[in-house]
Ligand binder design. Structure first.
Ligand code: NDP
Length: 501
């Protein structure tokens, strides 16, 4: 997404001028932030400084890091209004939505700080009879420096999901915010530095995609990428050159299933918010609904009524990235051309930089609006015979990030059959706020996990140590062993493992 402009500015599109990255408000075009662009040397320099900082930060141990991370959490909480105003300025997102986002991020910092020792700390692993004379020790050691590359749609919680885990695990972090939200990224880094002034444990490097690519090549221990699937592939290719491990949090095409015994009103209310919060620019946003025949009509009526009450500019902010408007328009046009019909919004809904709520019915499954990530306040609703058909259709796309199921008797079994990393039953998006649960996708939605125990382990290497506590009764891993000892080993193995259960 290279955007070099000097004269007229497209509202929302960032500009690079005289070595500065200037972000702008998507609704007004007014300047939101101005940060120096990092060249490859600056990126390498930041990673070098982070390496030093990581030694100090790692040396603090779990308790020292916990105290400092909790201080940062407190600082963010006290200044939550200021942060939300900045997010509103830079992305156009309504302030109330930014507050909710910030609250989720704060929750993750708190959880990671409090749980890192339990999940990653040194522990004994019980020996088995075969090596009973040795003790087993396991601990999870930090990579050193973790590079975090973030998107613009949730500029607080998406990077903090990775940053909180990486820091709690003992790593220093070099963070490349999206070119659309550098000011929010820098604010997070600056507030951390206020609480942890001793070393540059969390730094930001700013610029366009090439700065992210430079970070991939700068010798970091791991890259945590959140963004589109297409860019995720580029990140993985760059990291492959140096065998740098990656966690990829990519796009989604999340489905909601409304089963026959669902609370239809609750499902409609959740679909409106799940599909249209942040103007639909949500990786785990609901984009498709499959409603079973008995509840379909009532669901469509409730959904349309609730969605038509939303106002652009108030509940629905502008589309942050100008180019995304074309994607949304293409999906709506394609759906209508293929025989779909709009019961709300539709062709005229697209009024850049805004897109009004749109509900599309009878859209063929092979159309872009059903298969590709739309990232706008649009929902397709499809009638299905039963939950079985809903599951098949929900699973028939390459993405597999989140999902939602509304129903009673079979909701949990349906949830378990969905090919996704996360599912919310009788709600939407809830899993992102439950800090103890892992967050991540399958297929084109990426791999690896942030949040929860798995998210902490993602930012640490398992280190196994054995310690001899007695001489071996049956020494076999030495050339000094005797044929009799090997015979004894065979007898022991047969005794222990030779019987069929
Ligand atoms: P992009 O993939 O365009 O960008 C993501 C980040 O990668 C940006 O910081 C971008 O920098 C950087 N980047 C671009 N090119 C490269 C490169 N060659 N090497 C390294 N880094 C690069 O995504 P968007 O910002 O458009 O974000 C929206 C996407 O993110 C959606 O698909 C959404 O579903 C997904 N997403 C996934 C989430 C998840 O957890 N699974 C959560 C939130 C969003 P720059 O902006 O400067 O180009």
């Amino acid at each position: 997404m290279l955007t070099f402009m000097t004269a007229t500015r497209t509202p929302g599109a960032p500009v690079v001028e005289n070595g500065l990255l200037i972000s702008t408000n998507p609704a007004t075009g007014g300047e939101a932030g101005r940060l120096p662009v990092a060249d490859p040397d600056a990126v390498a320099g930041a990673v070098g400084k982070a390496r030093e900082a990581a030694l100090w930060w790692g040396g603090l141990g779990f308790d020292g890091r916990r105290t400092r991370l909790l201080r940062w959490r407190a600082g963010l909480t006290q200044r939550i209004e200021e942060l939300s105003q900045l997010v509103h300025l830079e992305t156009g997102k309504p302030e109330a939505e930014a507050i909710v986002e910030a609250g989720t991020a704060i929750e993750h910092i708190d959880w990671a700080a409090r749980n890192a020792r339990r999940v990653l700390g040194a522990r004994r692993v019980r020996s088995r009879l075969v090596l009973v004379e040795h003790a087993g020790h396991l601990e999870y050691q930090p990579y050193g420096v973790v590079g975090v590359i973030g998107p613009w749609n949730y500029p607080i919680v998406t990077p903090i999901g990775s940053i909180s885990g990486a820091l709690a695990a003992g790593n220093a972090v070099v963070f490349k915010p999206s070119e659309y939200t550098p000011a929010v990224g820098q604010w997070l880094v600056d507030t951390f530095a206020e609480e942890v002034p001793e070393q540059p444990v969390l730094q930001a490097v700013h610029g366009l995609g090439d700065v992210g690519a430079a970070l991939c090549r700068a010798g970091v221990g791991k890259i945590a990428f959140t963004g589109s699937t297409a860019t995720g592939k580029k990140v993985m290719a760059a990291c492959a050159e140096t065998l740098t491990p990656v966690v990829i949090e990519a796009g989604g095409k999340d489905a909601m299933i409304v089963d026959s015994d669902a609370d239809v009103e609750a499902a409609a209310q959740a679909a409106v918010w799940g599909g249209m919060t942040n103007a639909g620019q949500t990786c785990i946003g609901i984009e498709r609904v499959y409603a079973t025949a008995p509840v379909y009509d009532a669901f469509v009526a409730a959904l349309t009524e609730k969605a038509s009450a939303l106002r652009t500019g108030e509940h629905i902010g502008p589309i942050t990235m100008p180019a995304q408007v074309d994607v949304i328009r293409r999906h709506i046009d394609d759906a209508l051309q293929r025989g779909g019909r709009a019961v709300l919004g539709g062709k005229d809904a697209v009024q850049p930089p805004y897109v009004a709520p749109t509900v599309l019915l009878d859209v063929p499954e092979e159309s872009a609006a059903v298969r590709e990530e739309t990232f706008g306040p649009t929902l397709t609703v499809t009638k299905v015979a039963d939950a079985e058909e809903a599951v098949q259709k929900a699973n028939a796309v390459p993405y597999g990030l989140g999902a939602s199921v509304f129903g009673k008797a079979n909701a949990v079994p349906i949830a378990r059959r969905l090919r996704t990393g996360m599912v919310a039953v009788n709600s939407v998006l809830t899993f992102v706020g439950m800090a103890g649960l892992p967050f991540g996708g399958v297929g084109d939605s990426g791999f690896g996990r942030i949040h929860g125990d798995d998210g902490l382990r993602e930012f640490a290497r398992a280190k196994a140590v054995t310690v001899r506590r007695a001489p071996s009764l049956l020494p076999t891993t030495t050339f000094d062993r005797t044929p009799g000892q090997i015979k004894q080993l065979v007898r022991t193995l047969k005794l222990l493992y030779g019987r069929r259960p």
